[in-house]
Design a protein around this ligand. Structure first.
Ligand code: SF4
Ligand code: SF4
Length: 173
């Protein structure tokens, strides 16, 4: 049987190489002179916004007085499959509130963004928001504490919980 050989042009992939080079040069000059059309961003200073429904970085919600909604019941930490939530609880001075967290930390390098913590919380104290930027210069900066989870500057003065104390007590939570 006669073997059909490829032409020299085809076997050296010349057309494909030239096509690739033309495309690369075209994109290079377009990005160089037309910043508006540039599709790359200077991450992490710039980034594309995610959908408002995206389940990203956690938020600890607050009550109307700005204090944490969390009652330190530990359900989120117990349900977390990655064991990345660490809570230290303390007794509250408020007779209607049994406990509150004096420390609440999430190790974002271990989190798998499964959403179990949000599902487990009976008082809408933890939510997962649309942000998903977790760049850090060291591992220590990836452990988010109360200051970051509830009061980071993007959240302004905090995200209000939909469950207020009266509803919570009525529901026996
Ligand atoms: S999203 Fe999942 S892994 Fe991350 S803290 Fe919540 S329960 Fe844990
Ligand atoms: S489940 Fe909700 S209320 Fe309970 S410790 Fe977690 S965030 Fe706080």
């Amino acid at each position: 049987m006669k073997v059909k050989r490829k032409s020299a042009e085809k076997s050296y992939y010349l057309p494909a190489i030239l096509k690739g080079m033309v495309f690369t040069l075209k994109t290079f000059f377009r990005n160089l002179f037309n910043k508006k059309q540039r599709i790359t961003l200077n991450y992490p200073e710039e980034y594309y916004p995610y959908s408002s429904r995206f389940k990203g970085n956690h938020i600890l919600t607050v009550k109307k007085d700005g204090s944490l909604r969390c009652t330190a019941c530990m359900l989120c930490a117990t349900n977390c499959p990655a064991h990345c939530i660490k809570i230290t609880a303390s007794e509250s001075d408020d007779p209607e509130v049994e406990k509150y967290p004096i420390s609440y930390e999430i190790d974002m390098l271990r989190c798998v963004f499964c959403g179990f913590c949000e599902e487990a919380c009976p008082v809408d104290a933890i939510r997962m928001g649309p942000q998903w930027q977790t760049p850090a210069l060291s591992g220590e900066n990836t452990v988010y504490d109360i200051r970051h989870l509830a009061y980071r500057k993007e959240l302004k003065s905090g995200v209000l919980s939909v469950v207020d104390d009266k509803e919570r007590i009525r529901a026996g939570l």
